[in-house]
Design a protein around this ligand. Structure first.
Ligand code: UDP
Length: 412
């Protein structure tokens, strides 16, 4: 597997680069390892203090390849180092005498790095974009193609889409969008959603909820809303703060993510909350290790996801697995996870008033909340890693059995 721009072992949610994709790569690799598949994950080395080769779990290694400065760089600055990364992965495999059976890449930088190797080694290459610049631009309402880094990405994503053997997407609708965008045949795409660790995220009970609320020192008289994620403008946190200020219920809001020591985005949001008169009701604990998130999900009355664009939306799935209803924007993958009135509420308008109304509804209507919570966990059982692993293994078998690969496709 390739995850060039971000290590699957990075601390999640602290920077804008480490979130759902890291979880996907790490957990999928672990699941494949458990089933007897050897997995090497290649990432760019960015920390000189971490040994270049680490054992992640049984049969899974993380291999950090030096390409460019050994320091954290944002994805927009990494394209110039892609070919160096490719060469060094090639040398590594040659020296170690390893012949990989499949290249599975994540995000466009990884796919760009793997294209020459897939040809050289004559192995199938499947990729998952996680986000696509042109779709993000359309849904985000920006045309970022004017900036040079975005223009390179758009060009490369087009090249990758037509060169790889299979593209996996997390939802049918994302597949349809990609199909139209690049003129792909349906058999070029496979829908495999992201997974959730159903042994970590389990439904709250009255007692786990009370313990969690005590541990987080929450005021029991005030209902609690929770938002978790990278502090990226795409997550729509301005809209969330504005919605909070318009609600009738005096709810408290916890925003997990970012670095409380000097993260400019966190400071901006703090100032925004103060300007809206809700500063006292919003807490910013910073990023929280995933193993500790369980108590946040258990403590909350509802989890809010106000994203402008979400290719999938793992936080919504984790919340539901924890038995907590989700109020989410009807954006991207969130519509495949949240079913309005069944396990949560969907807000169709990017309007703070619409969000405020639905948040008031879920917090004041106890019967509704109980019903949504009762359906929550069962609604995400299909996202257990074992199921996702089965789908990925089936795809690997299909790709390694079919030769020539893309030419074998007959559904145009
Ligand atoms: N996450 C975390 N700690 C944080 C913030 C986020 O562990 O402080 C994890 C969260 O549990 C989820 C992932 O990061 O698994 C975010 O995934 P999502 O799909 O919601 O958003 P993305 O980062 O892909 O935009």
């Amino acid at each position: 597997m390739f995850s060039l721009h971000t290590s699957p072992l990075a601390l999640l949610g602290r920077t804008r680069d480490a979130g759902g994709m890291n979880v996907y790569v790490r957990e999928l690799a672990r699941e494949l390892g458990r089933s007897g598949i050897d997995v090497d994950i290649f990432t760019r080395r960015s920390d000189p203090n971490i040994s270049p080769i680490q054992q992640v779990s049984e049969r899974v290694r993380l291999i950090q390849i030096e390409a460019g400065p050994v320091a954290h760089l944002p994805p927009t600055e990494l394209f110039p180092y892609v070919s160096e990364f490719t060469c060094r992965v090639g040398h590594f495999a040659e020296r170690a005498r390893i012949r990989y059976d499949v290249l599975h890449t994540h995000y466009w930088l990884s796919a760009a790095a793997a294209l020459p190797l897939a040809r050289q080694w004559d192995v199938p290459h499947m990729t998952m974009f996680h986000t696509v610049e042109r779709l993000k631009g359309q849904q985000y309402g920006t045309t970022s193609s004017s900036d040079a880094a975005a223009a390179i990405r758009i060009e490369q994503e087009g090249r990758i889409a037509s060169s790889v053997d299979r593209i996996t997407v997390s939802t049918e609708s994302e597949g349809e969008q990609l199909r139209r965008l690049y003129g792909l045949s349906p058999c070029h795409l496979a829908v495999i959603p992201c997974g959730v660790d159903l042994s970590l995220f389990t439904p709250a009970t009255l007692s786990t909820r009370q313990t969690a609320r005590r541990a987080l020192a929450l005021d029991d008289r005030q209902p609690t809303l929770l938002s978790i994620g990278r502090l990226d403008p795409i997550k729509g946190l301005d809209l969330l703060l504005e919605s909070l200020s318009l609600m009738e219920t005096s709810a408290q809001l916890i925003i997990v993510g970012g670095n409380p020591d000097g993260d400019p985005e966190l400071e901006r949001l703090r100032a925004c909350a103060a300007d809206l008169g809700v500063g006292e009701r919003v807490r910013f604990p910073g990023a929280v290790p995933q193993l500790d998130l369980r108590q946040y999900y258990h403590a909350a009355d509802a989890v809010v996801v106000t994203s402008r664009y979400e290719s999938f939306g793992l936080v919504a799935v984790e919340a539901l697995a924890s038995g907590t209803p989700v109020v989410a924007a009807a954006a991207g993958g969130l519509t495949s996870i949240v079913r309005d009135g069944v396990n949560g509420l969907l807000v169709r308008w990017r309007d703070p008033r619409a969000f405020a109304e639905r948040l008031d509804e879920v917090l004041t209507d106890g019967a509704l909340r109980t019903r949504l919570a009762a359906n929550a966990n069962a609604s995400v059982e299909r996202f257990g890693w074992q199921h996702i692993g089965d789908d990925v293994r089936a795809l690997y078998s299909e790709l390694t059995a079919n030769a020539p690969r893309v030419a074998a496709c007959s559904c145009f």
